[in-house]
Ligand binder design. Structure first.
Ligand code: ADP
Ligand code: MG
Length: 446
């Protein structure tokens, strides 16, 4: 992980960890005021939020929209038309259809950004596969979809990765927060990196300087000016760490079960770390282990049922239920029965153990990755000891009974020189996105 992070910052990088600049330099300062729209396309649904900042408080209104599978995997235009339709419905619902609100667009997929409000989709991850979107600017796609409707208007001021929103939202409460992490449908992390270490941005700044001297248009004036001002020496980097292992560097620890999960996915060979650590896949890893144990006659009397052969039946939320310390074995058995997996109490013990092992491995892998990140930040600053906070979001982190504890313990053991405080974020992709929109607009309007 550590060498992947370092390699990803270089300008001509072939690192599987993309290290995407976010163009977020500033953390909020508490002076944010007014009404903002936040649009959040995560892994499973789309949320529209209205965030209102007042002196000491913020209020939030939201609505959740599902994304039908045929839209997730249809054309890009259909997908963005659907999003625009949801925005229109939300504005109507809030009675704001005729207002042009500043908006932050939280888009939780890897984007190569060239400014705070533009970014081309590198590749879909998680369950998405809409055509004609990869390589396109997603902000333009949303703007165009809104224009096609011709009944609402938005001022989209920022494109935001959910990790960055999560970090910003927590930084609003705790100045030490300089990392954002997601453990939900997928997994990802962002952190504040020294601008001088981000070769890609540094080179662009230098090129622009040369161009400017020749009297050409200075496209990168913002970044350059900020750097000269000396006040913005750090930029938030969206690591996209879920791609670790796509070059084979995890092969030593990848099991037959992981390979099977990867083969059955829509993005084979990609996001190998994500497939070992996140909500969309952990249930599938468990199912593959159960299948193998059953085929070997060690479980369910060796009977491989149709249910067990069905992809997706074993959702990650069942890991949380089965692993709960409060649950008696009979209850575990009854959960399995509801799923159509009929076994003895002894079978239930085995299934529970498999769940524990799979989720523990996931938390430890994320913990190891986090240890690499905090130690890098510590070394960046030449410190013997680093005190830092992490904003975290995602259902796996928040709802699983042991994931957060194992994660924390792993970081403590693997990065002994760092003191890491984990803060579950409240509304990372909503409040955080609105804060970024507020900061971006402040900068733009200056
Ligand atoms: P997203 O990542 O799409 O923004 P979430 O953070 O809510 O959204 O994560 C959804 C994922 O979390 C789903 O893929 C699901 O597998 C997983 N999940 C949902 N409920 C639970 C639970 N109780 N325990 C563990 N994982 C869960
Ligand atoms: Mg999310």
């Amino acid at each position: 992980m550590r060498s992947g992070l370092d390699a990803g910052l270089r300008s001509k990088s072939s690192s599987t960890i993309k290290m995407l600049p976010s163009f977020v330099y500033l953390t909020p300062d508490g002076t944010e005021r007014g009404k903002y729209l936040a649009l959040d396309l995560g892994g499973t649904n789309f949320r529209a939020l209205l965030v209102r900042f007042k002196k000491q408080t913020s209020r939030l209104y939201h609505k959740i929209y599902t994304i039908p599978l045929e839209i997730m995997q249809g054309t890009g235009e259909e997908l963005f038309d659907h999003l625009a339709q949801c925005v229109c419905d939300f504005l109507d619902y809030m009675g704001l259809k005729n207002t042009r609100l500043p908006a932050g667009f939280t888009f939780s997929f890897p984007c190569e950004q060239s400014a705070i409000d533009t970014g081309t989709l590198v590749a879909w991850t998680k369950g998405f596969k809409a055509t004609d979107s990869e390589g396109h600017d997603v902000v333009s796609m949303l703007r165009e979809a809104i224009k096609r409707r011709n009944d609402i208007d938005l001022d989209i001021v920022a494109l935001i990765n959910d990790t960055v929103g999560t970090m910003m939202s927590c930084a609003h409460e705790d100045q030490r927060c300089e990392i954002g992490m997601i453990a939900g449908t997928g997994t990802n992390l962002c952190y504040m990196e020294e601008l001088k270490n981000i070769e890609k941005i540094e080179q662009r700044a230098t090129k622009t300087e040369e161009k400017t001297q020749k009297g050409e248009k200075n496209e990168n004036a913002g970044a350059e000016k900020n750097k000269k001002d000396g006040e913005m020496q750090k930029m938030c980097i969206n690591t996209e760490w879920g791609g670790l292992g796509d070059d084979g560097c995890l092969d030593d620890i990848i099991t037959l079960y992981d390979t099977e999960v990867d083969q059955n996915s829509i993005n084979q060979g990609k996001q190998r770390f994500e497939k070992m650590t996140s909500g969309m896949y952990l249930g599938e890893v468990v199912r593959q282990v159960l299948l193998d144990l059953t085929r070997r006659g060690l479980l369910f009397k060796g009977h491989v049922s149709e249910t067990l052969k069905t992809p997706g039946i074993f959702e990650t939320k069942y890991l949380s239920q089965i692993e709960s310390d409060r649950l008696a074995l009979l209850q575990v058995r009854s959960i399995l029965q509801q799923l159509g997996l009929h076994g003895t109490c002894h079978d239930s013990i085995i299934v529970k153990h498999v769940c524990l092992v799979v989720s523990r491995r996931a938390a430890q892998l994320c913990g190891a990755g986090m240890a690499a990140v905090v130690d890098k930040i510590r070394e960046n600053r030449g410190l013997d000891h680093l005190d830092i906070a992490v904003g975290v979001d995602g259902s796996l982190y928040k709802l699983h009974p042991h994931f957060s504890q194992v994660l924390k313990e792993t970081v403590r053991v693997m990065a002994p020189q760092c003191d890491v405080t984990f803060q579950p974020s409240e509304e990372g992709s909503g409040k955080g996105a609105a804060l970024i929109a507020a900061v971006a607009r402040r900068k733009r309007d200056v």
